[in-house]
Design a protein around this ligand. Structure first.
Ligand code: DAH
Length: 338
């Protein structure tokens, strides 16, 4: 009996099972009532009393081993055939679960407003060279204006960095030389800043650029006024303050009347009634020339805004880090916004 058990053990280990039929033959041959293993159990009564204990253990091991093999293959066959039969990948999704991230909601809304004005969405690389991020935008080398934006460099000579602003996309579009230009460029930007409630080393901007013949500051004002009213509501007022950016001349920052207190003064607007939302200006002729556009014939305006800042204002969020933590308790609050 001992040799029979050993032989069977070896045999079942070597059986090849690749179809359901193989598996059924295996079951019939070894484990069914008239199978080889149960018939060994029948022979058990003839085993000498002294060997019974040992033989019993060997026999049980054999049976368990065969059963394990059977179960294992049965599982694998049923799970693959079940999923084949139940899963129809051509069916339309039954309603998406989850919700949009607040930054995506705001980006989409801003894009939509400018698209209705005829602006086209453009993109540029997040890893940029010095020319597109700085030099063509009229940041002279060694000029302190470069320190306005603490940069993550990837290599020096040639200088390659993570873009510090989406203004680099302006250069990429102007270089293509197709005029007029009316684009917005949403995207991620990177700055070497300590993370706090008000700053992060990764954030998002939307850049705007409009180049044509006879574009004036009045066009810039009117475009941004339309945007502010569409986005923040028809009561919204705007105001411009003189500012400085190397790539615009004249440069300005635009404030909108605080939509939380209606301009009366609250925590969000630091009791001034106004909130700064973007930088803008007339494209500096040096920038047009660096990108191969004749500045005697063409002029344009540009603007850039931070999506986080606008989202914080819109949803009254007071800590910028919440956008990046993926805390479901925070994200679920935006399920209702579609
Ligand atoms: N690139 C600027 C920044 O990140 C924002 C900006 C200001 C963009 C004025 C513009 C502009 O296009 O005209 O701080």
């Amino acid at each position: 009996m001992r040799t029979k058990i050993a032989e069977l053990l070896k045999e079942i280990e070597q059986v090849e099972i690749s179809t359901k039929d193989h598996l059924e033959s295996f079951r019939l041959k070894y484990l069914s009532k008239k199978g080889l293993i149960p018939s060994l159990f029948n022979d058990f009564k003839d085993v000498a009393a002294t060997e019974r204990k040992e033989m019993g253990m060997l026999l049980n091991d054999l049976k368990n081993h065969a059963q394990t093999i059977l179960d294992k293959f049965q599982d694998s066959f049923t799970s693959s055939t079940e999923s084949e039969s139940k899963l129809d990948t051509s069916l339309p999704a039954a309603g998406l679960s989850g919700s949009r991230h607040p930054l995506s909601i705001v980006r989409r809304d801003i894009n939509g407003i400018f698209q209705r004005l005829g602006f086209v969405i453009s993109e540029g690389p997040e890893i940029e060279d010095d020319f597109h991020n700085f030099t063509a935008l009229n940041f002279p080398e060694e000029h302190p204006a470069r320190d306005m934006q603490d940069t993550f460099f990837i290599s020096k000579n040639p200088d390659i960095a993570l873009r510090t602003h989406t203004s680099s996309v302006q250069v990429r579009i102007m270089e293509q030389g197709k005029l007029p230009i009316r684009i917005i460029a949403p995207g991620r930007v990177f700055r070497n800043e300590a993370i706090s409630a008000r700053a992060h080393c990764i954030f998002h901007q939307i850049e705007g650029l409009y180049i044509d013949k006879n574009v004036s500051f009045a066009d810039l004002k009117q475009t941004l006024y339309y945007f502010a009213q569409e986005f923040f509501g028809p009561e919204t007022k705007i105001r411009f303050r003189p500012s400085y950016f190397p790539f615009t001349e004249t440069s300005a920052e635009m404030d909108v009347s605080c939509n939380i207190c209606g301009g009366k003064g609250c925590n969000i607007c630091k009791h001034s009634g106004w909130v700064e939302i973007l930088g803008c200006g007339m494209v500096d002729p040096n920038v047009l020339e660096a990108c191969g556009i004749d500045s005697n014939e063409y002029s344009g305006f540009a603007f850039g805004m931070g999506i986080e800042r606008i989202t914080m204002m819109k949803f009254q969020i007071n800590d910028l880090r919440l956008f990046f933590e993926n805390d479901l308790r925070f994200l679920k609050q935006f399920e209702a916004v579609i």
